[in-house]
Design a protein around this ligand. Sequence first.
Ligand code: GDP
Ligand code: MG
Length: 166
Amino acid sequence: KSGFVAIIGRPNVGKSTFMNKVIGQKIAIMSDKAQTTRNKIQGVLTQDDAQIVFIDTPGIHKPKHRLGDFMVKTAENTLNEVDSILFMINAKEGYGRGDQYILDMLQNVNRPVYLVINKIDLIHPDDLFPLIEQYKGKLAFEEVIPISALEGNNVTHLLDVLKGNL
Ligand code: GDP
Ligand code: MG
């Protein structure tokens, strides 16, 4: 089984940290050449039973000019082509305007979206539930998956869920 997974989220939510955790080794395809193509491949996870290509979708931010509009459209198209979308948020910061912009875009996307709540190592467990409730009202998420990309908590579960959707 193999497939594509897009990771989106505001800056500093932990996307790169997550990638470093799941991708053991940088691969040749992450060269400059790959970066000039439509989608930036962040890494490929190869396991006995599955291969997942993680991609970054540039342009998921408010456009400031017409080239920006084009990038937003491109990002939307990309999101409609992947097997799964990981929408990553920062458990410590919670909901913000940057998230709403992404959520608005996801309204036009017809692929399963997983709400990945990262940095759970920074919050009290009691604070998780209200956070989930706040986001749940904003989009029909396939599943909500709290993780700590830094410490690795629940990352294996997240990968299992993604594999189940290939
Ligand atoms: P990106 O901009 O979404 O790629 O975010 P980064 O992966 O660069 O992470 C931004 C900062 O958050 C870095 O200082 C990371 O070490 C930190 N960070 C990422 N994941 C976690 C986590 O699960 N727990 C904690 N405590 N810090 C994290
Ligand atoms: Mg990054």
